[in-house]
Design a binder for this molecule. Structure first.
Ligand SMILES: Nc1ncnc2c1ncn2[C@@H]1O[C@H](COP(=O)(O)OP(=O)(O)OP(=O)(O)O)[C@@H](O)[C@H]1O
Length: 244
């Protein structure tokens, strides 16, 4: 059996004296799409950042692609990002002075790899940005920046992709394009971990982790949006097994 892409044991994170993650144990299957949902402020982004090695847990253990993150140096984490991991940030994190296409090829440029501008343009076109490739990132709308950020990750061929609210700034049609692309990644055996407040988006995932108050009261497999909604209600279904 394929080992999980990520294993989390008793993960805790405290900011100052405020506990945000209160002991989460979970496994994120490889080659599948997992969504993390829960009310605003329950700790979803903090959890994603801990899973991705971008935030150091206060306690507990996170193992990513077989690596115990607590034992990895910053340099080793950077290497994982260069070679195997992509992150689509909620705030996009584009370089404002570079064009959309230069942002997309930037990871390859920094890694000293071959830069394929035509492939970058094709990815941007796929994201509905066929006429925006040469426009400076600072001049793009939030929704356009969000799609450039996704194209940048797609261009790296990462096998593990994190996305923090990847459709937050998008209209329904564009959100469907982005979610479809993330779904395609998972269907192609890549691992996608996405934080979302959109339960219809979450229902496209193979697995859904439902968070509340820094805990994980429910883990669902192949749930509908309604099943997720029910599991989010305090006292709702603790564990639902679906068809996927
Ligand atoms: N770096 C930080 N320093 C202090 N507090 C933080 C920090 N990051 C997050 N928090 C706090 O931790 C709590 C959880 O935040 P987090 O962003 O993880 O929640 P979330 O579920 O993703 O919320 P939302 O859905 O609104 O984005 C919040 O109260 C937030 O203010």
């Amino acid at each position: 059996m394929t080992p999980p892409a990520i294993e989390v044991e008793a993960l805790a994170k405290t900011f100052g004296n405020i506990p945000v993650l209160r002991g989460i144990t979970a496994a994120i299957p490889a080659g599948a799409m997992t969504a993390i949902v829960g009310p605003s402020g329950c700790g979803k982004s903090t959890m994603l950042f801990c899973l991705a090695g971008l935030e150091r847990p206060t306690d507990g253990r996170v193992t990513v692609l077989g690596h115990d993150l607590s034992r990895l140096s910053a340099r080793a984490v950077a290497r994982l990002y260069r070679d195997r991991i992509g992150f689509v940030f909620q705030t996009y994190n584009l370089i404002p002075s570079l064009s959309a296409r230069e942002n997309v090829v930037l990871p390859r440029r920094l890694a000293g790899g071959r830069v394929d501008l035509a492939a970058a343009d094709a990815l941007l076109a796929e994201m509905g940005l066929g006429d925006r490739q040469r426009v400076g990132a600072a001049l793009l709308s939030s929704g356009e920046q969000q799609r450039v950020a996704l194209a940048r990750v797609l261009a790296t061929d990462a096998g593990l992709v994190f996305a923090d609210e990847p459709t937050g700034a998008l209209d329904t049609h564009t959100a469907a394009v982005v979610l479809g692309r993330l779904r395609t990644l998972a269907d192609g055996s890549k691992t996608v971990v996405m934080v979302t407040h959109d339960l219809d988006a979450a229902s496209l995932a193979d697995h859904v982790l439902v968070m509340r108050d820094g805990r994980l009261p429910a883990t669902l497999s192949g749930p509908s949006a309604d099943e997720i909604r029910r599991a989010m209600v305090p006292g709702g279904a603790p564990l639902v097994r679906g068809s996927r």
